[in-house]
Design a binder for this molecule. Structure first.
Ligand SMILES: O=C(O)CC1=CCC(=O)O1
Length: 420
């Protein structure tokens, strides 16, 4: 039987401790050990750094965030400072970026209290001032009123009436926007319909999403509305935001607005993505729209909610994505009935077919294979009339194809954007 003189727990712990706190700190701490504290140093090296930090169940970045949160909650500022510095200067695989550190501190404000987070920000800022240059992070003045939420951008509303609620996401890469994209939602939805695509496209683009009049947090002036009203709203919003020509991505009613905008305000549109939409409805559909308006007037939006969900999403999607469908149902039910029926009138009256040949911008027309509301034949007609259109069909998608098939939808949009 051999005797191994190496204490493996201590060695492994030391290795982990160096990886997390850095060689210099660990060397200093070992050099300063003495007959009073060496036993304690040995204990934390074996137990904290080997037993706990050595466990494979969580990434080291996550463990760093946990330590920061707990030291904030307990007000252990010396330990907090040590771990902030180590987290910022750590190895690439496990370091926290200043933005990630900021998120830990913001979240701790809710769970440990604002006073604790306040002190944490003061301590973390002092460390960032010290190590910022080393990690390429510059502190610069920013007005709190101008901050943006990473998931929804900066919200605002037009200064002119009727007020339109919008959000603007600036490019995450921090560079000049490659283009400005406007996302235009369907009847009965609101700008949140686009959250996922907006966050994807804002990697390098400025992305604006807005609520049509009568929807979301925008005004709902007395109706009925026309498609020209909705297009003029869009033009007013773009002029207020001083966007210049935009890439317009609209689904269903949002695509109808895009066509009318390109016809009435051609200088504001440089490219069009028209998804699950049409340039007109057959005469037979007029009675259906009139019936829908009457039903909502009589019974509110609850009276049409099941039918609308059935048109938005195909059977398989509804069965598998109950929470998503519920989210859309809630949104529909919280849309004001007056604004909704006023927009139904605009949709029923859409009529751009004969004018489409004058839209001379690149266009991507997307159809959903299973879309009963605006079937692929309507997309084919759009693509026939638009001089610079390409037509794409998404399989296993009905009306709200951007939600049913988000990856396929995003891939088509990105392929198109790369080509224009
Ligand atoms: O509400 C529907 O049935 C589908 C729809 C028509 C126009 C729109 O935007 O969505």
């Amino acid at each position: 039987m051999s005797y191994d003189p190496i204490d493996h727990d201590f060695e492994r712990g030391l290795h982990n401790r160096r990886g997390i706190l850095g060689d210099a700190w660990v060397a200093r701490s070992l050099n300063n050990a003495n007959n009073f504290n060496a036993d304690f140093q040995n204990l934390i090296t074996r137990f904290a750094w080997n037993e706990i930090w050595g466990r494979p169940g969580l990434e080291q970045k996550t463990r760093r965030a946990i330590v920061l949160s707990i030291t904030i909650a307990l007000g252990r500022w010396e330990e907090f400072d040590l771990h902030v510095r180590a987290a910022l200067l750590g190895e690439e695989s496990n370091r926290l970026t200043p933005d990630e550190l900021k998120e830990v501190l913001i979240q701790s404000a809710i769970y440990a209290g604002v006073p604790a987070a306040n002190t944490a920000f003061t301590h973390a800022l002092a460390i960032l001032r010290e190590v910022g240059a080393q990690i390429g992070y510059e502190l610069e003045a920013v007005a709190p009123a101008a901050t943006t939420h990473p998931g929804i951008g900066r919200e605002g509303r037009t200064t002119s009436l009727p007020y339109l609620h919008y959000s603007v996401r600036e490019p995450r890469n921090g560079k000049t926007p490659r283009r400005t994209i406007v996302l235009s939602h369907a009847l009965g939805c609101d700008l949140t319909m686009w959250d996922q695509l907006a966050n994807l496209l804002s990697e390098d683009s400025r992305v604006i999403a807005y609520d049509h009049r009568g929807h979301g947090a925008s005004d709902a002036p007395a109706g009925p509305y026309s498609m020209a009203d909705l297009a003029d709203d869009a033009a007013r919003l773009l002029r207020e935001l001083d966007t210049g020509p935009v890439t317009w991505i609209g689904l269903s009613m949002g695509g109808m607005v895009g066509q009318e905008l390109a016809l009435r305000h051609p200088s504001l549109v440089s490219a069009l993505v028209l998804a699950n939409t049409t340039s007109s409805y057959p005469a037979a559909a007029q009675a259906m729209w009139e019936q829908r308006i009457a039903t909502v007037r009589e019974g509110g939006l609850a009276a049409i909610a099941d039918a609308v969900m059935g048109r938005y999403f195909h059977d398989g999607f509804r069965a598998e994505h109950v929470a998503t469908v519920e989210r859309f149902r809630r949104r529909l039910l919280t849309t004001g009935p007056e604004g909704y029926v006023a927009c139904c009138a605009a949709v029923a009256g859409v009529n751009t077919t004969d004018r489409l040949p004058s839209i001379n911008v690149p266009a991507l027309v997307i159809a959903g294979e299973l879309d009963a509301g605006t079937p692929p034949a309507m997309a084919e007609e759009l693509a026939r009339q638009l001089p610079r259109a390409q037509l794409r069909l998404i399989a296993q998608a009905s009306h709200i194809s951007a939600i049913e098939q988000p990856s396929a939808f995003a891939a088509l949009v990105q392929e198109f954007l790369a080509s224009v």
